[in-house]
Design a protein around this ligand. Structure first.
Ligand code: GTP
Ligand code: MG
Ligand code: ZN
Ligand code: ZN
Length: 237
């Protein structure tokens, strides 16, 4: 327990340092988490299509192996780098700082409006590692069933927004209702906002980009010293 606590406190120091970088750059940083295959990369691809060049986007994708996700994001027009974690099932602040040695990425973050951190697909430990983000977003696909917020409460408790993905599949899922998922989310995380969308059909994407714009406003208010719209940083689990 003590070793774990000291690892976390080291990460918190490194995350505070990252947060200073991001604040100086005036970039809104989204820590995007969720199970393997929840649709995190698809959401970012759809975001790039929807924002259509009106916002400058940068991203990193954390995966145990392959550069598939960053390759997809690059094709979608997002300046993206891979963080290969090998055996680690989550990203840590030090890994984000290290990947910013990529000049291309550092430039994109500096000039960017949004920096998306696509975390390793995992509903457990990514939730407890602060990465200097402005907001935590959890992608939960409808195909995962309605009980995941109750089974993985730490992840949902730390979420500013839960994005219910693959909305186009809802007609095929007899035992899944949006109301039941929303109810379970509100039990563990009364303050998390919830949106439902489909990266495939585009339904609901406009509400997501509106949410992104409001999170951006929050970041600029924080820079001006006013009350931030979104709470910055990680809350205690
Ligand atoms: N029908 C449907 N399929 C989707 C949607 N979003 C993603 N998918 C599919 O779900 C699968 C996984 O999507 P990804 O975007 O790779 O998921 P991910 O969360 O990035 O996965 P990892 O990075 O491996 O954890 C792919 O086959 C996608 O095409 C959606 O809105 N509707
Ligand atoms: Mg992915
Ligand atoms: Zn630094
Ligand atoms: Zn982990």
């Amino acid at each position: 327990v003590d070793v774990h606590r000291s690892l976390l406190s080291k990460n918190d120091h490194e995350a505070a340092h990252l947060r200073e970088h991001f604040r100086a750059d005036g970039v809104t940083v989204i820590n995007l988490m969720g199970s393997p295959g929840a649709g995190k990369t698809a959401l970012l691809e759809a975001t790039a299509r929807a924002l259509g060049g009106t916002r400058r986007l940068a991203a990193v994708s954390g995966d145990l192996a392959t550069t598939h996700d960053a390759d997809r994001l690059l094709r979608a027009g997002i300046v993206a780098e891979t963080i290969t974690t090998g055996t680690a099932c989550h990203l840590e602040a030090r890994m984000i700082h290290d990947v910013m040695h990529s000049e291309r990425l550092r430039e994109a973050i500096h000039a960017g409006d949004f920096f998306f951190i696509e975390n390793v697909g995992n509903l457990v430990c990514p939730a407890i590692y602060d990465l200097g983000q402005s907001a935590n977003v959890v992608a939960l696909s409808l195909t995962e069933g309605v009980d995941k917020p109750l089974k993985y409460p730490v992840m949902f408790k730390n979420a500013d927004l839960v994005v219910l993905t693959k909305l186009d599949l809802l007609p095929h899922l007899a035992d899944v209702s949006l109301a039941a998922i929303r109810d379970n989310i509100s039990r563990v995380s009364p303050r998390a906002a919830v949106l439902a969308l489909s990266a495939t059909s585009g339904e609901g994407i406009a509400a997501w980009t509106d949410w992104l714009e409001s999170s951006r406003l929050g970041a600029s208010q924080a820079r001006a010293g006013a009350q931030p719209l979104l709470q910055l940083g990680r809350r205690a689990p």
